[in-house]
Ligand binder design. Structure first.
Ligand code: GTP
Ligand code: MG
Length: 330
């Protein structure tokens, strides 16, 4: 099992990403330390370069002096990037788009809607509305800006075969969009496994060069990863791949000024996972990468409660919305 874990991602298969410097190549980092680091979320050089010695020491169970040395080397080797002026950042922020969820309360919780150039995660138990919210956003994004959209098209990566064109038709009709046209603007791909799922993000880039893609949905982000990487030994490689996937999604969002919606099922069955069963899977990897995390739970039908957790710039809070035949409503 451990051998398989070590082989994944750093194997002999010729793949583009293999040019990345592996953590094991840093002096003082053996395979055990590298695995511990990855498990704690330090999956690449950049992550190490910006970490504190204390955090690295704790994660890898090493002394702070060695942690300091590892960080120093990661800084030398990582492509830390160059400076951007505040003006450029401000210009970039001005370009930010927002997609309405069609529920005012939920939009407000998100600071005005689902933001582009960011990852928004919807986590929750089965039936809490993750897929419905994703469907709704896939319709809303097509509206003009004055009505809460971005006049954009959608890439929808469906990992559990839960995409329903009929729902799109209902939701489109209800907000005055031509349902046929709405469906032609949603580009759906079924992902058969986690590798395929990651490959589809690369495919999406090709599509985005031709079509105004302003939203990419991955529903579910974690299901394949969860079923393919089972057990302790698989945790580090799983987190590493998930991290890479999330970074590619974020890069997609940045490049095309698109919103990224990912869903994440939370299991209440303690036998399904090790660790805290009520926490979204992917742990701190997803927590780091997702800009906005919305935790959904059921209330009196058809009501759902959304809670914003760990947002860098928005107050924590809750919103109530409903799942109706016509889609997401206040
Ligand atoms: P999992 O993918 O199983 O984790 O669940 P999820 O969070 O994606 O749940 P989903 O978005 O599929 O929500 C399912 C719920 O949406 C149902 O229990 C219904 O309450 C509601 N729903 C789905 N379709 C319809 C519909 O056509 N009409 C109405 N009124 N409600 C619907
Ligand atoms: Mg779903």
């Amino acid at each position: 099992m451990a051998q398989k874990a070590a082989g994944r991602g750093s194997g002999s298969e010729p793949e583009e990403e293999s040019r990345e410097v592996a953590l094991e190549e840093l002096s003082g980092v053996g395979s055990t330390t590298a695995d511990k680091l990855r498990e704690a979320g330090f999956t690449d050089l950049m992550e190490l370069a910006v970490a504190s010695p204390g955090a690295v020491a704790e994660a890898a169970e090493i002394g702070t002096a060695l942690a300091q040395k590892i960080i120093g080397e990661a800084r030398r080797l990582a492509d830390v990037g160059s400076f951007e002026s505040g003006t450029i950042l401000l210009e970039r922020r001005k370009k930010l788009g927002r997609i309405s969820t069609n529920a005012k309360s939920l939009d407000e919780l998100l600071g005005g809607g689902i933001e582009t150039m960011a990852i928004t995660e919807f986590a929750g138990e089965f039936g809490t509305g993750k897929t419905q919210v994703a469907h709704q956003a896939a319709v809303e994004v097509q509206l003009p800006a004055s009505e809460g959209g971005l006049e954009g098209e959608v890439v929808y990566i469906d990992t559990e075969s839960t995409f329903r064109p009929e729902r799109i038709v209902d939701m489109a009709k209800a907000i005055g969009l031509d349902p046929e046209l709405a469906l032609t603007r949603i580009h759906i791909a079924r992902a058969f496994n986690s590798n395929h799922q990651m490959l589809l993000v690369a495919k999406a880039q090709e599509l985005a060069r031709e079509k105004p893609i302003r939203l990419i949905v991955v529903d579910s982000l974690t299901a394949h990863f969860r079923s393919e990487y089972v057990g302790r030994a698989e945790l580090a490689p799983r987190q590493q791949q998930l991290n890479r996937h999330l970074h590619e999604l974020l890069k997609f969002g940045d490049t095309y000024n698109a919103a990224v919606i990912v869903t994440n099922q939370v299991s209440s069955r303690p036998d399904v996972l090790f660790g805290d069963p009520t926490r979204p899977i992917g742990g701190n990897i997803v927590a780091h990468a997702a800009t906005y995390r919305i935790y959904l739970r059921k209330s009196k039908p058809p009501k759902r409660i959304a809670r914003l957790i760990d947002s860098p710039n928005l107050p924590e809070g809750e919103a109530v919305f409903s799942l109706t035949g016509e889609g997401v409503r206040d």
